[in-house]
Design a protein around this ligand. Structure first.
Ligand SMILES: NC(=O)c1ccc[n+]([C@@H]2O[C@H](COP(=O)([O-])OP(=O)(O)OC[C@H]3O[C@@H](n4cnc5c(N)ncnc54)[C@H](O)[C@@H]3O)[C@@H](O)[C@H]2O)c1
Length: 276
C-alpha cells in the first residue's frame, strides 16, 4: 500500500490485470510492483507456476494455440490491463519463437480486447532488438495480414532471408503490431503500447548469450550511457507506468528502455571497437 494513495499517479487501485510470463524475470518484478501500486487482482498466464503474490494462475503454453484459447476461455470478468510479456529467445527455434513472441501475443490481445473497457490498455514487452523494423516493414505487414496460426508460422519458416535472427524479427513484428493495432483500438478508448528494453539480467539472458554470443551482449551494454546491464526492477516501472492512467494519452508507442543505446547508435556515437 502506498503511503498516500491519492498521490500515486500510477495507482492500480480497483484494476484487474493479466500478466503473461509472470513467473520469472521482468514479469515477476512487474507482479511485485503492481502490488505496491494497490492492484486489485492479478492473473498470471505462464508455462511455469509463479511464486509471487498472484490471485489466479492459469497454466498456459503460449506456443500452443489451443492452450492460448483455453486461457482466453478461462479468464473471466473485466480486464483493465493486459501485460503481454512472456517471451523466448532464438534457441527455441523459428516456430516456437514466433509462436510465443508474436502469434500468441496477438491471439491473446485479439481474444481479450472486447473485455477491456474504455480507459483500459494492452502493454507488450517488445525489445530494442526489434528496432530494425523499418527495413522490413513491407514483409512484416504481409506476415501480420496472415491470421491463421499455422499459415503464419509456415510463412516464417519459408522466408529465412526475411526472418534472419528470429528473436529480433519477432520483436520487430511486435513493434509494428503495436502501431497497426493501436489506431483502431484507441477509437474505442483502449490504448496499445510496448516497452522495448535493452539486455536485462533475467533467466532468459543465458539463452541470449548462447544464441547471440557474449560479445554482442557485452558490447551493447558498453554502448549504453550508464554502462551496466539492466535488471528486472529497471524494466517493471516503465511497464507499470505504461499500463497506468498516467499514460492515458500515450498510444501506439514503442517506448525504448535502453539507457541511451539507440540514441548512441542513431547519432553515430556508438563505439564499435568492442565488436571487433
Ligand atoms: N532479458 C532481456 O534481455 C530482454 C530484453 C528485451 C526484452 N525482453 C523481453 O522481456 C520479456 C520477459 O523476458 P525475461 O527477460 O523476463 O525472461 P524470463 O525467461 O525470466 O521470463 C519469460 C517468462 O515467459 C514464460 N514463458 C516462456 N515460454 C512460455 C510459453 N511457451 N508459454 C507461457 N509462458 C512462457 C517463462 O516461464 C517466464 O516466466 C520477453 O518478452 C523478452 O523477450 C527481455
Amino acid at each position: 500500500m502506498s503511503a498516500n494513495p491519492s498521490s500515486d499517479l500510477c495507482s492500480y487501485a480497483g484494476k484487474r490485470v493479466v500478466v503473461t510470463g509472470g513467473a520469472t524475470g521482468i514479469g515477476s518484478a512487474l507482479v511485485d510492483l503492481l502490488r505496491e501500486h494497490d492492484v486489485e487482482y492479478i492473473t498470471v498466464l505462464d508455462i511455469k507456476e509463479p511464486t509471487g503474490a498472484v490471485d489466479t494462475f492459469i497454466r498456459t503454453d503460449l506456443s500452443d494455440p489451443a492452450s492460448v484459447d483455453a486461457a482466453i476461455a478461462a479468464l473471466t470478468g473485466r480486464i483493465d490491463v493486459l501485460f503481454s510479456n512472456a517471451g523466448v529467445a532464438a534457441n527455441a527455434g523459428v516456430r516456437t519463437c514466433m509462436a510465443v513472441n508474436v502469434a500468441a501475443s496477438r491471439r491473446l490481445a485479439d481474444g481479450l480486447i472486447d473485455r477491456i473497457p474504455e480507459g483500459g490498455t494492452i502493454v507488450f514487452t517488445a525489445s530494442m532488438a526489434g528496432n530494425g523494423w523499418p527495413a522490413k516493414l513491407a514483409e512484416i505487414n504481409t506476415l501480420l495480414d496472415i491470421a491463421d496460426w499455422d499459415e503464419f508460422l509456415d510463412w516464417c519458416e519459408a522466408h529465412p532471408e526475411v526472418v534472419e535472427d528470429v528473436y529480433g524479427f519477432s520483436k520487430m513484428c511486435m513493434q509494428v503490431y503495436v502501431m497497426r493495432s493501436s489506431y483502431a483500438s484507441i477509437r474505442r478508448g483502449v490504448r496499445i503500447n510496448s516497452i522495448c528494453p535493452a539486455p536485462v539480467d533475467t533467466p532468459l539472458m543465458a539463452d541470449f548469450r548462447e544464441s547471440m554470443g557474449d560479445k554482442v551482449i557485452d558490447w551493447s551494454v558498453t554502448v549504453q550511457g550508464n554502462g551496466r546491464m539492466a535488471v528486472a526492477t529497471d524494466i517493471a516501472p516503465p511497464l507499470v507506468f505504461m499500463g497506468s492512467d498516467a499514460a492515458s494519452f500515450i498510444n501506439g508507442v514503442n517506448l525504448l528502455v535502453d539507457a541511451g543505446f539507440t540514441a548512441a547508435m542513431t547519432t553515430g556515437q556508438a563505439d564499435f571497437s568492442g565488436l571487433a
